[in-house]
Design a protein around this ligand. Sequence first.
Ligand code: NAI
Ligand SMILES: N[C@@H](CC=O)C(=O)O
Length: 845
Amino acid sequence: MPPADASHPSAPPCHVHKFGGSSLADAPLYRAAAALVDDPSRTRVVVVSAMQGVTDALIALLDTAQRGDAWQPAFDALRERHLVAAEALDPDGHFDLRARLEEEFATLRHQLQAIAGGEPDAAQLAPGLPGFGEVFSSFLMHAALGGDAASWRRLDARDVLVVHEGEMGMAVDWPQSRARLAQWRAAQGDGNVVITGFVARDTHGRATTLGRNGSDYSAAIFANLFDAAALTIWTDVDGVLSADPRLVPEAVCLPSMSYAEACELAYFGAKVLHPQTMAPVQERGIPLWIRNTKRPEAPGTLIAPDSGRDGAPVKGLSLVRDLAIVELVGNGMVGVPGAAERLFGALRGAGVSVTMISQGSSEHSICCVLRADQAERARDAAAAAFADAIADGQAQGVTLTRDIAVLAAVGDGMVGTPGVAARLLGGLAQARVNARAIAQGAGERNISVAIGANDATRALRAAHAAFWLSPQTLSVGVIGPGQVGSALLVQMSAALPQLRERSGLDLRLRAIANSRAMVLDERGVEPVDAVARLHGGAAQPLDLDRFADHVRGEHLPHALIVDCSASPRVAAEYPRWLARGIHVVTPNKQAGSGAWDHYAAIQDASRRGGGRFRYEATVGAGLPVMLTLRNLLDTGDELHGIDGMLSGTLAWLFNRFDGSVPFSQLVREAQALGYTEPDPRDDLSGLDVARKLVILAREAGRALSLEDVDVENLVPPALRDVDREEFLARLSEMDEPMLARQRDAAREGRSLRHLAQLDRDGLARVGVVALPAEHACCHTRLTDNLVQFRTRRYSDNPLVVQGPGAGPDVTAAGVFGDVLAIAQSLGAAASWSSPAIDVRAQVHA
Ligand SMILES: NC(=O)C1=CN([C@@H]2O[C@H](COP(=O)(O)OP(=O)(O)OC[C@H]3O[C@@H](n4cnc5c(N)ncnc54)[C@H](O)[C@@H]3O)[C@@H](O)[C@H]2O)C=CC1
Ligand SMILES: N[C@@H](CC=O)C(=O)O
């Protein structure tokens, strides 16, 4: 590019603003845009796009006219839309806006008539016709800015900007354009200017456009021509985001980036920037801001020569779809100069543009990623170029793989930083995405990975999580906010902020469900509001598959479901969830003690899928019963037997039951205190304790099942098969038999206790026993569980775990402990991570 024009040495530096169509959809938006540039301390240059949708409408009009179809109705609609906006912006005709627009529409009408009529030379009108939208728009903006000649001028870019078609799109004829602008400024004087974006004239003087999204390019060109102090591109997002927010809800707005980073991201699909936009501003070192018209208070993204190192190696991720891989394989190419030249010469000859290249140091193959619509042409050209080598057996052939996408991580900070590729590929591996080809230039600013098209979104989300989220980020779903579940939500609400702050554990509650309804929320559910939201408008019928899909959301590195129900239906899902890598934590005993096949399927799915299964709270609520057993066995001890009191409810009942109060009244109290199972018969029948004994036995490696346990059932036969409500109504039928047992025991100086026993030979018993006063179980309080482990090491005196074994709070604490154990095991944070800026992504309208 030539040096800056010196014809206006005294002109103050100006600020160029560019507004896209989404910011100019109607008259109020033109006024809002005008207010954003209201800074009299600077000379302002405003470059406008067409009103939203108008360029597409013009292209369609052109197409209709070229086919000879009726274009008038669409033309009238377009004209009407602009006249409505003109009426709103210039109600008293002060700016003569209506007449000026009518003049331009008359020109457009003549051109369409000429094109539709096939008039000689009419074809030459076509390239410039889609640019009428910017012409109309410049009049509207001129009026919105209060455009009288003293303060604002209007410049039609077709009068000054000269372009020609270059190899890489429209190229500016800088000397001509600069000279023409100088003439224009000499005639008009310096001051504020509104300019039509997108349009230009070609070297023959015909109107043309800069190509799709060319308004950004226009703005950068005029920033260069005016030697501007800054360029601001106003759009409908907060700035350049770390990834496409439609695919990555966690995308963050980047505060700054270098020109080089912006170019890499622009090329690789970051829609906010046009690839050509950077060059004219980069050449003069003009700072470029991307800002949001709808949130002008947001700081936006600054693109400048140096991005300012913030310690984050990766600035953004981009994804290019609709690609294919063409690979040339040949033993005969090893060490032979010219093979690459021959291949790329052939591709050039076929007019194929190569997106990415990868060749291993063995030189045995060259792999090119290119556009899918050019793939067959590329393959045939490569095969033809190597036909002789293929015939001689020196090359094995050319293969074509379709349905490819390229994911790229971009950032100046990658230069010289070890571990970036590992983090990227590690993230992909965790999401089970296979890398087909990898490329990184010696510039180290871009690592590109070719992947299968079906994996593209998953790969982008996984890579984003790998760079922007704590590796200990968990997407959490809670099922069953009853007694235990609600207590868990209260505990989470209190603990989560400090866990995030101090330990980097980022637990995000994103789904909640009870037996009827569920709430799935992408942005997260506040734990304290979760239960209320199940009764609100956002709740939907429970669907466990959709629940799991949502929790598994691919943009977060890990997923975990907490099942606080007692439901076998929910427990049946565990193998499927674990196989998908979803961790499961539960106090629900159905899975741990259910059918052996189901239990084995859970262990198997966990091993294969990587999801961890933790169920400490199923035995002893918050007590470390399972943990103790696991530690004993993992350190090489040998279990001889387990005995003790495994039911908080039954412990509490028999601690209190001295015959002075009916047994049924105590059961109701235990239920109200949240100690019992949802159906108290599960406790009274001994079933709940039998389940716990089975869980412990299985944890110790014994294939015990419920039917192997000798269980005493305290529920009278007449109450066993009635429904829960009837059972509760007839609870007093238990009083007499229980009182008789209590009196018999008291007569012998004994107390009733509910015991569970698993002996060395695998015999398992559960039931009520009358124990002498000196027995350890007669020295417990309230809901205390007491579990005695007899092992090789603890043979004379058992290892005892004792403490409250029921109740919502202690159980929830046991569940929460399991959740944290999983989160903590997910790997410590790396020494660097890309900052999560507080400006949240604005999804494109
Ligand atoms: N309460 C305690 O002290 C202890 C309880 N547990 C276990 O904790 C679990 C919960 O107990 P509580 O909170 O006392 O029960 P609860 O009856 O108060 O709550 C159960 C919750 O599960 C939901 N639910 C039931 N069936 C469902 C289904 N098919 N799908 C989705 N949600 C369903 C219900 O809507 C309710 O929100 C049970 O498995 C229990 O055995 C374990 C240790 C101690
Ligand atoms: N109902 C159970 C609760 C814990 O599992 C008990 O009383 O122990």
